[in-house]
Write a new protein. Structure first.
Length: 325
């Protein structure tokens, strides 16, 4: 029975169109009694039978008063969700194992406030996760709710189905909708926690005939005294900080003729790790480390090569290549 329900939910979700913006109407808003609602229905039935059996006018009054309140609450709860517009902002990439925040904006054009609206990610079984984001939407205004979803592995993933629900005002009826966003989430490999030092630079063919090597992260062999006109990018600030700590006001700059004779390559085949995921995890850690140190670095993957460069755009390209490798 449970397997049949799960297959039905999967079939129902797959027939829904994908869209990052959803307008809630009578066609996509559903309503059913909650457990409290079913208990109220049983209680009303008992009250009605007792009132008929003993001809109690006050019993009739109480029964129909409670039944009328439940019916009014049903219409109010359905209207609390109907007419809302849900919009999902494109999620930012995350590393494997990290929850991805999904920012959802709820907009209302109605002149009355909407209360107690929750949003969450639907689990595989069709039920919402226990951690729902709740919000009240002001009249003719908007509100933002953030929910989290953790992707199972690295790569490019379709977002799971989301749900918006409300139990307002009495909690006797559950009003909900199912939403399949069209946005996708890019998940980078998880960086290795304690990676080894960056590999040494590889020699470039040049007139000098000898190659300089990167012996440790951030250390360069080719430096010279600072010359007026050198850009801040060429100053070796680590050596400058050591000189200032020793009481010397000495600046040194990278010797372009020396440093250009070597290149830092992060090679998939030369990571020293075993297994594809372990290698990608180490390369991810190296990319983040080289970016923090401001180094020029290239990336070699099976069937793909990214030339040495630096900056946020280059780091993003490298991480995307590692995620989809």
């Amino acid at each position: 029975m449970a397997a049949a329900r799960q297959r039905f939910r999967r079939w129902f979700h797959e027939r829904l169109p994908r869209s990052d913006t959803l307008v809630l109407t009578q066609r996509n808003v559903y309503i059913l009694p909650t457990r409290a609602g079913w208990m109220l229905a049983v209680t009303l039935l008992v009250l009605l039978v007792g009132s008929i059996n003993y001809q109690l006018n006050l019993g009739y009054l109480l029964t129909f008063l409670l039944a009328g309140s439940a019916v009014v609450g049903m219409h109010i709860g359905h209207g609390n969700l109907r007419g809302l517009t849900l919009h999902l902002s494109p999620p930012a990439p995350v590393h494997a194992g990290q929850p991805a925040p999904l920012d959802i904006r709820l907009s209302s054009e109605r002149r009355r406030d909407r209360h107690g609206i929750g949003l969450g990610v639907l689990a595989d079984g069709g039920s919402a996760h226990t951690h729902l984001g709740w919000a009240d939407v002001p009249a003719q205004g908007s509100s933002t709710v953030q929910v989290a979803w953790t992707a199972p592995r690295r790569g490019l993933h379709d977002l799971p189905a989301l749900t918006a629900l409300t139990l307002f005002p009495l909690g006797t009826f559950r009003v909900w909708t199912v939403w399949r966003p069209a946005a996708q989430l890019l998940v980078y490999p998880a960086p290795e926690i304690h990676p080894p030092p960056l590999p040494p630079g590889q020699a470039q063919p040049g007139p000098a005939g000898s190659s300089a090597r990167v012996h440790s992260p951030g250390e360069f062999d080719g430096v010279r005294a600072y010359r007026r006109g050198d850009t801040q990018k060429t100053v070796v600030w680590k050596k400058a900080a050591q000189a200032f700590a020793a009481g010397r006001h000495e600046l040194v700059s990278r010797d372009a003729q020396s440093t250009q004779r070597q290149q830092l390559w992060l090679d998939f085949e030369q990571t020293g790790a075993h297994g594809v995921e372990a290698r990608l995890s180490r390369l991810t850690a190296w990319v983040l480390l080289a970016d923090r140190l401001g180094l020029d670095y290239g990336l070699r993957l099976p069937g793909r090569e990214l030339s040495p460069d630096q900056g946020v755009a280059h780091k993003t390209r490298c991480l995307e290549a590692l995620a989809t490798c």
